[in-house]
Each structure stands twice: as C-alpha cells, then as structure tokens.
Design a protein around this ligand. Structure first.
Ligand SMILES: NC(=O)c1ccc[n+]([C@@H]2O[C@H](COP(=O)([O-])OP(=O)(O)OC[C@H]3O[C@@H](n4cnc5c(N)ncnc54)[C@H](OP(=O)(O)O)[C@@H]3O)[C@@H](O)[C@H]2O)c1
Length: 265
C-alpha cells in the first residue's frame, strides 16, 4: 500500500508557545518534545536523572531545555515553575507524561509497588499540573498521558491500569475546575509503543521487545506498533488551535488496536 502524505506540521503551529514535557529524556516524552519543538514551541523537558536529561536536550536542539526534576517532589516542581516563569514568563502547554509500570503478579504485589505506581502515575501528574497552575496562561492546553490499559484487562498490570483510569478521570474533572480560565484538559491513551521503558522498567531484552512488537502487530489494524512521535503528533494536535473545541476527552492513539477488529473477514 502506498503511503498517503496527509501533510506536515509547520514550525508556525505552536510558534511563541512554551511547553513542559515531564519524562522527556526518553520514550514518548522525548518524541513529544521533538514534535512540539518542530511545531515551533520552546520546550522544557524534565526527568530525574541529570545526565540523561542534559543529553536528551542536547539531542533535541536549542529550543529545548532539560532540567532534573522528580515529579513526585513538590519542591523540585516549585523550583521548575520559578525557572520557567523567570525565563519565559509562563507556560502554554503541559504534557504530563512521566510514569510507567511493569508486570507484577497479583499474588506478589507489595505495598511498596502500589505506592510507587500511585506515586509517579497519579501523585506526580497531580503535583505537576497543580504546581504549574500559577504560571499557566489562561487558554493553555494541558494533556495527560493515560493508556489503553485503562479500559483493557492485562495480566500483571492491574494497579498500573487503575492509575491510568484515574488519569483519564483527572482530565475530565480538571476540565471543569479550570474552565473559568479557558484552560483545556485532555488525555491521550497510547497503544503499544516500544520505548526505552520496555527494557529499563519492564526488563525485556531487545529480542523480547522485537518479538512482542511482531506478535501484537496482527492485532493492530494500521499494521504496525506506535512510535513516540505518533503520540507526539497527537499531543501537538491537542496543544494547538486545531483542537480548540475539544476538552475533557481521551484521545486513543493505538493504530485501532482497542477499537477495531483487526482479523480477516
Ligand atoms: N510505551 C508504551 O507502550 C506506553 C503505552 C501507554 C502509555 N504509556 C505511558 O507513557 C508514559 C511514558 O512511557 P514510556 O514508555 O515513554 O517510558 P520510558 O521510556 O521509561 O520513559 C519514562 C520517562 O519518565 C521519566 N521518569 C520516570 N519517573 C519519573 C519521575 N518520578 N519524575 C520525573 N521523570 C520521571 C524517565 O526518566 P528518569 O528515569 O531519569 O526519571 C523517562 O524520561 C508513561 O506514563 C506510560 O505509562 C506508555
């Protein structure tokens, strides 16, 4: 099948906008930061490890700045808000993406596992958006990263999936909390996007990731797994004027995996 070129983002789409992407040193966050900066925004990326975030921002170019921040720590986020305010006078876009999870058998799930998952996937998202509120401009766009697991059963991912269902719910409630300021809040739900996290967090080998990607492709009508840039494109859409009548939704970006029958007729 021939590729259909449906057009390109231009560097004017988000010209003059300032964005924050949490978890921007790797995976989906990195791909989203790339797309947001290609669309003309200045992008702050944050993640915990200093060296990784500096390397990522160097790879992304001069309109991206990396700062070491743990989104579960309010103090880190307060310092970040001060820096953004001082350097750019406020924020137009937040992509609260930092998070993750690995399969844990129900019988083996510990209190520490639960605290960790709720900490980064829920508390981290709440702290990120809440701490940025004073510097968030009226009319801003907030995008939360959820997951297709929020409405699928997946063995070993029960708590992770529950945190992502919570993220979708936060987006809906904040839409009402922030509507008086014209701030739109939406979530994206990525499908299968093989990222660094498959190896670092889920402890899969390169071979296992390739194997999994190949197996799951038969369930995806578009015929391939996703890339971080696929999710980045959806983030740019939700950040831009093109989605100005859209708020409180969850945008599923999964190649049709969870919506459409992918088998043969
Ligand atoms: N990949 C998928 O198939 C998929 C599908 C659906 C949803 N998602 C969601 O997409 C998001 C990103 O996943 P990914 O696959 O891109 O993960 P990844 O490759 O593991 O990248 C995770 C990023 O988050 C950062 N991070 C982790 N904990 C953090 C914290 N407490 N504070 C600040 N930064 C933190 C990591 O850097 P440091 O370790 O240095 O902090 C890294 O930059 C997650 O919310 C995940 O649940 C992923």
């Amino acid at each position: 099948m021939e590729d259909v070129n449906i057009g390109k983002l231009t560097s004017k789409t988000l010209e003059g906008r300032v964005a924050l992407v949490t978890g921007g040193s790797a995976g989906i966050g990195f791909g989203a930061a790339k797309r947001l900066s290609e669309a003309g925004a200045f992008v702050y990326i944050v993640s915990r490890r200093q060296e990784q975030i500096e390397q990522a921002s160097a790879r992304l170019g001069t309109s991206v700045r990396g700062i070491a921040v743990d989104v579960t720590k309010k103090d880190d986020l307060e310092r970040l808000a001060e820096t953004i305010q001082k350097e750019h006078g406020g924020l137009d876009i937040i992509f609260a993406n930092a998070g993750g999870g690995k399969p844990i058998a129900f019988e083996e799930l510990t209190g520490e596992d639960i605290d960790h998952l709720l900490g980064v996937n829920i508390k981290g998202v709440i702290f990120t958006v809440q701490t940025m509120l004073p510097i968030l401009k009226d009319g801003a766009s907030v995008i939360l990263n959820a997951s297709i697991t929020a409405d699928m059963g997946l063995p070993g991912f029960a708590v992770y999936a529950a945190t992502k269902a919570a993220v979708r719910s936060l987006a809906r409630s904040w839409t009402t909390d922030l509507k008086h300021r014209g701030i739109r809040v939406n979530s994206v739900s990525p499908g299968v996007v093989p990222t660094e996290g498959y190896r670092t967090e889920q402890k899969m080998t390169e071979e296992q990731v390739a194997d999994y990607a190949q197996r799951v492709t038969s369930e995806i009508p578009i015929g391939r797994v996703g890339t971080p840039e696929d999710i980045g494109d959806a983030v740019v859409f939700l950040a831009s004027y093109a989605s100005s009548f859209i708020t409180g939704i969850d945008l599923v970006v999964d190649g049709g995996q969870t919506r459409v029958y992918a088998g043969k007729n």
